[in-house]
Design a protein around this ligand. Structure first.
Ligand code: SAJ
Length: 416
C-alpha cells in the first residue's frame, strides 16, 4: 500500500505534481536543494504557472525540506539542461539519486519525470544505484507540463509510463492512474517512454525550424508566411500549424534535441536533421537583428546609436520565464556587435526590465522590437505607437496593415 511519496525538485514540474499528490496521499513530501525555494513554498509565495496547481497551493498541506527521507515512491523532477557545448548535463539527476541512495529500501519505486535520453535509466541510473544493493523498482513517466497553458495541467494531461521491469511499470502505472484524470499508457519498455518524450519536443523543434526556414524564403518573395500558415491550417487533416519567430527558448524544446543527438552519437548515428533544425532555430535571433539592420538601411538610418526598445524578455507569452530566451541573444547582438542603444521591458519580468512600462519604452525608442507576444502588446492601442519609426515584429503578433497605415515601417518574421 503506497503511503509515503517524495517529490524531488520543486520547479515548474515538481511543485504542481507534489501539490496534486498531496491531495491524494496522506504523506507527501517535497524536496528541493534550494533553501529559498523551500521557504517560498512554506510561505505559500511560490509563483506557479500551472493555474490548477496554484489553486492547490493555498489549501494543501505539503511538507517541504532539503533532505530526503525513506519513502514508498520517489519522483525525480529535476532539470536536465545542457552545458556550454550542448552536451547533456546530468548533474541534477545524479544529485537527486545521491539524496535517495542512503534511504533507499527494497521494493521502493523511483520514477524519473525529467526529460532524459533513451537508455539513460538502464545505462546510467541502474549502474549508479548498484552500490546500494537494493532491489528497488524503477520507471520513467516523462513530464508534459506546458507552462502557461490554461487548459492542460498536471491533473488532466494524459501520461505514458515505462518500467525497468513489469513490476515497476505496473506500480508506476497504478500510481499515475490514481493521480491524473486522464489516460495513462503503460509501454513495453522504459526506453520507449524515454524516447517518446524527446520525440514530442523534437517534433516541435523541427516543425518550428521548418516554419522559420519557410519564413525566410517567403520574405524574399514578399509572401506573408502568417497568411500562408493560416491557409494551410484550414486543411482538416495532415497539417499542424507551427509559427516562425525570433527564436525558440525555454528549458525544453531548445534543449531536449541535444539529448537525442548525444545518444545518437553514442550509438554511432549522426542526427543531421535534428542538428540542422537546432541550427536554424538558434540562428533566428541573428536573423531578426539583421532584419532590423536591413530595414534601417532602407530608411537610411544607421543602427549604431539607434534607440531600440526590446519588448519581451520571457521565452514565451504571458509568463515570466527567461531561461534560454531568444531575447537575450537579440539584446546582446544589438548592444555588443551593432552598438545600438537598447532598453527592455517585460510586464512579467519587471526586475530585469530597464523601464517600468510599455508606454515608457515606446516613449524612449526609435525602433520597437517585439520578442514576446504577451497579451499586453497585442491589445496595445496601435495609435500609441505612432512615434515609432520601425517595428520589428519577432512574433508576427501585430496587425501589419494597420501599423503600416500609420506610416510606421513594419517587418515581421516572414512578412514584409
Ligand atoms: N515557439 C515558436 N513557434 C511555435 C511554438 C513555439 O517559435 O509554433 C517557441 C516559443 O515562443 C518558445 C519555444 O518555442 O520560445 C518553446 O515554447 P513551447 O510553448 O513550444 O514549449 P515549452 O518549452 O513551454 O513547453 C514544451 C511543451 N512541449 C511541447 O509542446 C511538445 C510542453 O508540452 C512540455 O511539457 C515542455 O516543453 C517540457 O517540459 O518538455
Amino acid at each position: 500500500m503506497i503511503k509515503n511519496v517524495t517529490i524531488i525538485g520543486l520547479g515548474y514540474v515538481g511543485l504542481p505534481l507534489a501539490l496534486l499528490v498531496a491531495t491524494k496521499y496522506q504523506n507527501c513530501k517535497g524536496v528541493d536543494i534550494s533553501e529559498r525555494r523551500v521557504l517560498e513554498i512554506n510561505e505559500k509565495t511560490a509563483i506557479i504557472d500551472d493555474a490548477f496547481a496554484a489553486g492547490l497551493l493555498s489549501n494543501t498541506t505539503l511538507e517541504v525540506s532539503t533532505n530526503v527521507q525513506t519513502s514508498d515512491i520517489y519522483v525525480i523532477c529535476v532539470p536536465t539542461p545542457v552545458n556550454e557545448r550542448n552536451e547533456p548535463d546530468l548533474t541534477p539527476v545524479l544529485s537527486a539519486l545521491d539524496l535517495i541512495k542512503p534511504v533507499l529500501q527494497d521494493g521502493q519505486l523511483i520514477v524519473v519525470e525529467s526529460t532524459i535520453y533513451p537508455g539513460m535509466c538502464e545505462d546510467l541510473i541502474v549502474p549508479y544505484l548498484s552500490a546500494t544493493n537494493r532491489s528497488y523498482l524503477l520507471a520513467h513517466c516523462p513530464e508534459r507540463i506546458n507552462p502557461g497553458d490554461q487548459k492542460w495541467h498536471v491533473g488532466n494531461i494524459p501520461r505514458v509510463v515505462g518500467g525497468i521491469d513489469e513490476a515497476s511499470a505496473a506500480l508506476a502505472c497504478s500510481f499515475y492512474c490514481s493521480l491524473v484524470d486522464a489516460n495513462v499508457m503503460k509501454l513495453k519498455s522504459i526506453r520507449s517512454a524515454e524516447a517518446s518524450k524527446v520525440l514530442e519536443n523534437i517534433f516541435r523543434d523541427v516543425n518550428i525550424a521548418l516554419m522559420n526556414e519557410m519564413a525566410q524564403a517567403f520574405y524574399r518573395m514578399d509572401i506573408d508566411v502568417v497568411e500562408v500558415i493560416q491557409a494551410s491550417s484550414t486543411k482538416p487533416f495532415a497539417f499542424m500549424p507551427h509559427w516562425p519567430g525570433v527564436g525558440v527558448g525555454g528549458h525544453c524544446i531548445a534543449v531536449d534535441p541535444y539529448y537525442m543527438i548525444e545518444k545518437g552519437r553514442q550509438a554511432g548515428f549522426d542526427h543531421e536533421f535534428l542538428k540542422l533544425a537546432r541550427k536554424i532555430n538558434s540562428n533566428m535571433p541573428i536573423y531578426t537583428v539583421n532584419l532590423l539592420q536591413n530595414a534601417l538601411n532602407q530608411l537610411e538610418m544607421p543602427i549604431q546609436g539607434i534607440k531600440v526598445g526590446v519588448y519581451g524578455l520571457s521565452y514565451k507569452a504571458n509568463l515570466g520565464d527567461i531561461r534560454e530566451s531568444p531575447s537575450l541573444d537579440v539584446i546582446k547582438k544589438l548592444k555588443v556587435e551593432k552598438k545600438a542603444k537598447v532598453k527592455t521591458f517585460d510586464p512579467f519580468i519587471q526586475s530585469e526590465s530597464d523601464v517600468h512600462s510599455l508606454e515608457e519604452l515606446v516613449e524612449w525608442a526609435d525602433v520597437l522590437l517585439i520578442c514576446t507576444a504577451h497579451t499586453e502588446i497585442i491589445d496595445y492601442p496601435i495609435q500609441k505607437l505612432v512615434k515609432i519609426k520601425l517595428i520589428i515584429d519577432g512574433r508576427n503578433c501585430l496587425d501589419s496593415e494597420k501599423i503600416k497605415s500609420l506610416g510606421i515601417s513594419y517587418k515581421g518574421i516572414g512578412r514584409q
